[in-house]
Design a protein around this ligand. Structure first.
Ligand code: ATP
Ligand code: MG
Length: 431
């Protein structure tokens, strides 16, 4: 592709990407929350919302319930027991008129008045104490624990300012959601070690994780009239939100679709793509940027057909300076000529200039949010920085999404159990 052609490269328009929000293709894998609610009024707090909050915060409720109940029961047992016994007495108003002489003698001698009280029903020694009432105290403690736990769950929810749902991303960040990636709990860690989550897409193409990224790939293909942007940057506000996993997974999915893909590790501070794709990192981007290697020297084939990787190489003292050099720009424009897609992994946006620099060298940027982890203020700050740096934001990806706690009925288990295709619901099947 000539330079002139490059200048006419489709510029991903946030507005056109925004149109995806009406019906993002990612909804093929996950029903979007708005769709799920359908008839519910958005502003109205409905029972389903409340229930979802409780499911999400179930551990708060359970722990508080157990603490209060245990404390109540223990306190009841530690209290000094009080026993109660009853006796029925008959008291005559009138003292007996006829007094036995001997009885009178005894009464006078003992200083005791005449006895007009008689025991009708004598007191029995109680077998059980009167207080504390353990069954009642237990019941009260359980109710207090339950309602207190529910109250605490709602309080925490109110104080929690993390982004959790796709509507949060649309409403708070103004980003169209290009995909919801399920939070993966890996019961069998031998299948993929820590940091190699992206390889799930290779190990099991039918996994929920693979389906979700296939869906993102489809969404990207519709994000511009010319298809998916040739060069893509994956960013997020902070560390550990899933940039590298997303960059690697998308690269794998484009490669699986038969497109020639170059994945570039642009995180010159905390590189991880070489680990994820199990390639050596002896020679890499920094060698090329320092003029010690050519692009051909540093792009390594991977075990995945059509997928090539440029690792970072040794970490430099001034990553931003290197990334902003003319050589980096030239590398990316050459790569766009040779590959169908160039996907660049980035360090976090906040506190570093690297992502802003890289954002200006690519055709579009994907913003990753970790559901329930990324705080609104941080994400908003990052988006503001990206916009100020004139980065072309294509949309957002909500990663580590716990679908069950949002009532999607979409399971986050590693593999679909068994081979039955019926386990894939119709909305999970993608073109
Ligand atoms: N959908 C997911 N479900 C569960 N764990 C995930 C998911 N996506 C990523 N992770 C895990 O989160 C951790 C961080 O992911 P990753 O390295 O991709 O984030 P990052 O944004 O690139 O981090 P850094 O800023 O440190 O480079 C990894 O252990 C990864 O396996
Ligand atoms: Mg990373």
């Amino acid at each position: 592709m000539s330079n002139e052609e490059q200048s006419h490269l489709p510029v991903p328009n946030p507005q056109s990407a925004g149109a995806l929000a009406d019906r993002p293709p990612s909804s093929m894998a996950f029903p979007q929350s708005g769709e799920y609610r359908g008839h519910h009024d958005e502003d109205e707090i409905n029972l389903l919302d409340l229930w979802q909050i409780l499911v999400r915060r179930k551990w708060t409720v359970i722990v508080f319930f157990l603490i209060v109940t245990t404390t109540g029961i223990t306190a009841s047992f530690l209290m000094t027991p009080i026993y109660r016994a009853g006796v029925t007495l008959l008291i005559d108003r009138e003292p007996p008129k006829v007094v036995d002489y001997q009885e009178k003698e005894v009464g006078v001698a003992g200083g005791v008045g005449l006895n007009n009280i008689s025991v009708v029903d004598p007191a029995k020694i109680p077998l059980e104490f009167h207080t504390p009432n353990i069954p009642l105290n237990t019941l009260v403690a359980m109710l207090l624990g339950l309602f207190g736990g529910i109250g605490l769950a709602f309080l925490f929810e109110h104080l929690d300012d993390t982004l959790k749902q796709s509507e949060d991303m649309e409403r708070v960040l103004g980003l169209s959601v290009l995909g919801l990636i399920p939070a993966i709990s890996r019961p069998d860690k031998s299948l993929s070690g820590e940091g190699e989550l992206a390889l799930i897409s290779i190990e099991d193409k039918r996994s929920a994780f693979a389906e979700a990224y296939r869906s993102v790939r489809t969404a990207l293909q519709f994000s511009t009239p010319e298809g998916a942007p040739k060069s893509l940057l994956v960013v997020s506000a902070n560390k550990g939100e899933g940039k590298s996993t997303t960059a690697a997974s998308l690269a794998i999915h484009f490669a699986q679709a038969g497109q020639k893909v170059l994945l570039v590790d642009g995180d010159l501070r905390s590189p991880s793509l070489h680990r994820i794709l199990e390639t050596p990192n002896d020679t890499g981007l920094t060698h090329y940027l320092a003029g010690e290697a050519t692009p051909v020297d540093i792009s390594q084939p991977t075990t995945i057909p059509n997928l090539f990787l440029i690792t970072t190489g040794p970490l430099p003292p001034d990553p931003a300076g290197l990334l902003g050099s003319a050589k980096m720009m030239s590398l990316l424009s050459t790569a766009k000529e040779k590959f169908d897609h160039v996907i660049v992994d980035s360090p976090p946006v906040l506190g570093l200039a690297d992502a802003l620099i890289l954002g200006n060298l690519v055709d579009g940027t994907l913003f990753v949010v970790a559901a329930g982890h990324t705080r609104r203020a941080f994400a908003q700050g990052a988006i503001k920085r990206l916009k100020m740096g004139h980065t072309r934001l294509l949309g957002g990806i909500l990663n580590k999404f716990d679908s069950r706690s949002h009532g999607y009925g979409y399971h986050d288990y590693y593999y679909y159990q068994g081979d039955s295709p019926s386990l894939l619901s119709s909305d999970q099947k993608v073109a």
